[in-house]
Design a protein around this ligand. Structure first.
Ligand code: ZN
Length: 260
């Protein structure tokens, strides 16, 4: 019985951080002064009452509409909160130590925020990508956390460099052939962060899987001619999903390919 109370508490804790993530997703790309103050409706700018700002519940209660102007509130607010609650619950239920759980929760939140900002605005704020890079270097000096990240400084640093250069090279080749930028340096910094976290071995996997995911999603609209290859697509979300797959299955998949 007390265990259930802990689980419910953890889920709500995740919801609160999800709510905070929503504030970051809204404000960071708009370079608004960063304070976690009262939320307001993005249409009518009126302050949202506290009872209309309860994670998940208010969205359902208001049927996804602002109480004052009745404009639709983006489903993203609900999704981000729900995913956060669920992720905190899953992280809590792993048998990692406290520090490892805090590390996972922190990384989850930063990647979640990048995911939605890039999806909407096609940018990855430097404060987030550099934050990840600095964190991924520092974690090499932590005691062994038992997570699927490398804590070998050499492999980590090489990973960062290989990650950055691989995207830089793609941008360069694309620029020469298509005379346009296919990706931004934000993607390069994101890949550098992943390389530092996982080590260089992750880069070929993440590059391959994110490209396949990108193609699968973009391909239908290419056929419908709604897009052409020159249309910008946000690549960050695919890199993040590929990184998540690598975290859970990377070592296993590599052992299949290399017959280790
Ligand atoms: Zn409103």
């Amino acid at each position: 019985m007390p265990e259930i109370i802990f689980l419910i508490f953890t889920f709500f804790f995740g919801l609160i951080f999800g709510s905070f993530a929503n504030v970051c997703i809204y404000r960071l790309p708009r370079s608004k002064p960063f304070i976690w103050d009262r939320s307001f409706c993005t249409y009518c700018k009126k302050i949202i009452n506290w009872y209309d700002n309860v994670p998940l519940i208010s969205y359902l209660n208001l049927n996804g509409k602002c109480r004052k102007c009745k404009k639709k509130i983006s489903l993203q607010y609900f999704l981000v909160e729900f995913i956060s609650g669920l992720a905190f619950l899953l992280i809590y239920m792993t048998n990692h130590g406290v520090l490892a759980k805090i590390v996972l929760a922190f990384l989850f939140l930063v990647y979640l925020i990048i995911f939605f900002i890039d999806l909407k605005h096609y940018i990855i704020p430097n404060v987030l990508s550099f934050g990840l890079i600095i964190f991924a270097i520092i974690k090499n000096f932590f005691p062994n956390l038992g997570l699927n990240f490398t804590q070998n400084l050499e492999i980590s640093i090489i990973g960062g460099i290989v990650g950055y250069c691989s995207i830089w090279l793609i941008i360069y080749i694309y620029l020469v052939i298509k005379k346009t930028e296919g990706m931004g340096l934000g993607d390069a910094k994101l890949m550098a962060g992943l390389g530092l976290l996982f080590g260089w071995q992750a880069i070929p996997f993440v590059l391959f899987v994110s490209s396949v995911l990108g193609l699968v999603v973009v391909f239908p609209s290419l056929i419908n001619k709604k897009r052409n290859l020159k249309t910008e697509i946000p690549f960050g979300p695919y890199i993040i999903i590929a990184g998540l797959i690598y975290y859970y299955f990377g070592k296993y998949l590599y052992s299949l390919i290399l017959f280790e």
